[in-house]
Write a protein of this length. Structure first.
Ligand SMILES: C[S@@+](CC[C@H](N)C(=O)[O-])C[C@H]1O[C@@H](n2cnc3c(N)ncnc32)[C@H](O)[C@@H]1O
Length: 201
């Protein structure tokens, strides 16, 4: 079914519960930017079911070929070709989005890159935009499960700059960028979906 394209079993497992949240969170959105689209499985699933909006996937350049293939194969009118977007190096897309989504990126990006991403949110989004961030998070410096603790250790063994972020630090960055946390959705497998509203700027 997926041919030679990269495949994430985690995406297959989490795409339905994420969609259930996005159907409400992005109900009034028309144009959503996804940062770090990875294999594109999320983009295809969400564009298939959120037909009222255009889902704009993006990725770092070295993942773009396979991502483009998967999106082209889906042939959805509301799923344009992905943009090259490395938050460290690339200019913001020319469009301004009323929704933004990113999954499993904050524990991969070194913390200064996470800070940069948040400092650039107002380049990517319009006032009143909804921002949804999916992934594992810590609370008060504590892991929420042994599996997240083990995952964090495996990330740090790959690169000490990676690691599960503390929700307090993430919410502080969002606040500084003019985004208010509206919902902290509990998700399967000890993940969260943080839903923010751009309230200022
Ligand atoms: C663990 S993968 C998650 C992919 C997909 N969102 C998912 O949930 O399966 C982390 C993603 O973050 C992206 N990423 C890391 N640093 C980035 C940066 N500076 N700018 C944009 N994306 C970045 C990587 O390219 C990678 O696709």
């Amino acid at each position: 079914m997926y041919g030679e394209l990269p495949f994430s079993q985690a995406c297959e497992n989490n795409k339905a519960p994420i969609l259930a949240v996005l159907q409400q969170a992005f109900a009034s959105c028309r144009h959503v930017l996804e940062v770090g689209s990875g294999t594109g499985q999320h983009a295809v699933h969400f564009a298939t079911h959120l037909t009222q909006l255009i889902w704009q996937a993006s990725e770092q350049r070295h993942y773009l070929v396979s991502l483009t293939k998967r999106l082209r194969r889906a042939a959805l009118v509301n799923l344009p070709p992905p943009l090259a977007l490395d938050v460290c190096h690339d200019a913001a897309p020319s469009a301004v989005y009323d929704g933004m989504f990113t999954a499993n990126t904050l524990h991969i990006m070194p913390w200064p890159v996470v800070e940069l991403l948040f400092s650039r949110l107002n380049e990517f989004t319009a006032p009143g935009a909804t921002l949804c961030i999916y992934g594992p998070f810590n609370y008060h410096g504590q892991f929420t499960s042994y599996s997240n603790q083990a995952f964090d250790a495996s990330l740090k063994s790959r690169d000490p700059k990676m690691g599960i972020r503390d929700i307090t630090a993430v919410v502080a960055l969002a606040d500084a960028a003019g985004f208010t946390l509206r919902h902290d959705h509990s998700m399967p497998a000890n993940n969260r979906l943080l839903q923010f509203l751009r309230t200022a700027g």
